[in-house]
Design a protein around this ligand. Structure first.
Ligand SMILES: NC(=O)c1ccc[n+]([C@@H]2O[C@H](COP(=O)([O-])OP(=O)(O)OC[C@H]3O[C@@H](n4cnc5c(N)ncnc54)[C@H](O)[C@@H]3O)[C@@H](O)[C@H]2O)c1
Length: 260
């Protein structure tokens, strides 16, 4: 890696992405905070938090489902921060629907945001690493739903299984270049995504708002909801020298929900 270590984190205006951006900044990385344009205000707050840690940061607006925009975000990162060593393909969305109701539009949308983004982000990062001779790291958001399919999360589970499959393929193709490719698989993290899942589940099964979240959290062996910091610790490991010999892995960070 170059002297100045730089990471681009997608979907880092809030939630898990924000937690990852702050953790990598505290590890010494300068950070490109990438998110949709409407998240500019939140992203500016994250940039300030990173600067307060003594690192450089900037906001790069991007729709990760668009190949050209991801390539532009990578180029802007190299230009603005003078390097680029790690991409975290974190941005993603959930959909909550019985599978019989899933439409073509639903599938197009979730695959573009959760899967195409990972392929395009991995391509853009790998091309930049190879051009600049960097043994970079590619780290993507999977989920417990990449290991086990969850009812009412059919399209989401399918998209996260795809992330897991692609991670294994890219790891093998990029290994000769010294680039590693891994993914993190969180469980139940208290972010906007779970607010939405809880609300939508409640519409489907009639349980009061909050009840579905509580029941899911009650099933966690370590007995508490997951935080973005819990996830960020695993990403920090994948981005560090401690993970030099780790590639093609999807690491569950779920407090004890699934076991493999
Ligand atoms: N919250 C959980 O329990 C949980 C569990 C397992 C996996 N994950 C995964 O972790 C990742 C982050 O989830 P989160 O809980 O922080 O969600 P979140 O909804 O709180 O944040 C997602 C971020 O991604 C951004 N985003 C969405 N679509 C985008 C696009 N097209 N282009 C650029 N940015 C976009 C949003 O603006 C937002 O800032 C997702 O990939 C999600 O599937 C979350």
């Amino acid at each position: 890696m170059s002297d100045t270590r730089v990471a681009l984190v997608t979907g880092s205006g809030q939630g898990i992405g924000r937690g990852i951006a702050l953790k990598l900044a505290s590890d010494g990385f300068d950070i490109a905070v990438a998110d949709l344009p409407f998240q500019e205000e939140k992203a500016a707050g994250v940039v300030k938090e990173i600067e307060a840690l003594g690192r450089k940061a900037f906001f790069t607006p991007v729709d990760v489902s668009d190949k050209t925009q991801i390539e532009a975000a990578v180029a802007a990162t190299v230009d603005t921060l003078g390097g680029f060593d790690v991409i975290v393909n974190n941005a993603g969305i959930a959909q909550i629907k019985p599978f019989l109701d899933i439409t073509e539009e639903d599938l197009d949308k979730i695959f573009k945001i959760n899967v195409n983004s990972v392929v395009f982000g991995t391509q853009a990062a790998a091309k930049s690493f190879i051009e600049r001779g960097v043994k970079g790291r590619i780290i993507s958001a999977a989920s417990i739903a990449s290991i086990k399919g969850f009812p009412i999360l059919g399209a989401y589970s399918a998209s996260k299984f795809a992330v897991r499959g692609f991670t294994q393929v890219a790891a093998q193709e990029l290994a000769p270049k010294g680039i590693t490719v891994n993914a993190y698989a969180p469980g139940i993290v208290g972010t906007g995504m779970w607010d939405l899942i809880d609300k939508e589940l409640s519409k489907i099964n009639g349980k009061p708002v909050g009840q579905n979240l509580k029941e899911n959290v009650d099933s966690i062996a370590l007995g508490r909801i997951e935080t973005p910091d819990d996830v960020a610790g695993v990403v920090s490991f994948f981005a560090s020298e401690n993970a030099d010999y780790v590639t093609g892995q999807v690491l569950l960070v779920d407090g004890g929900m699934l076991y493999n």
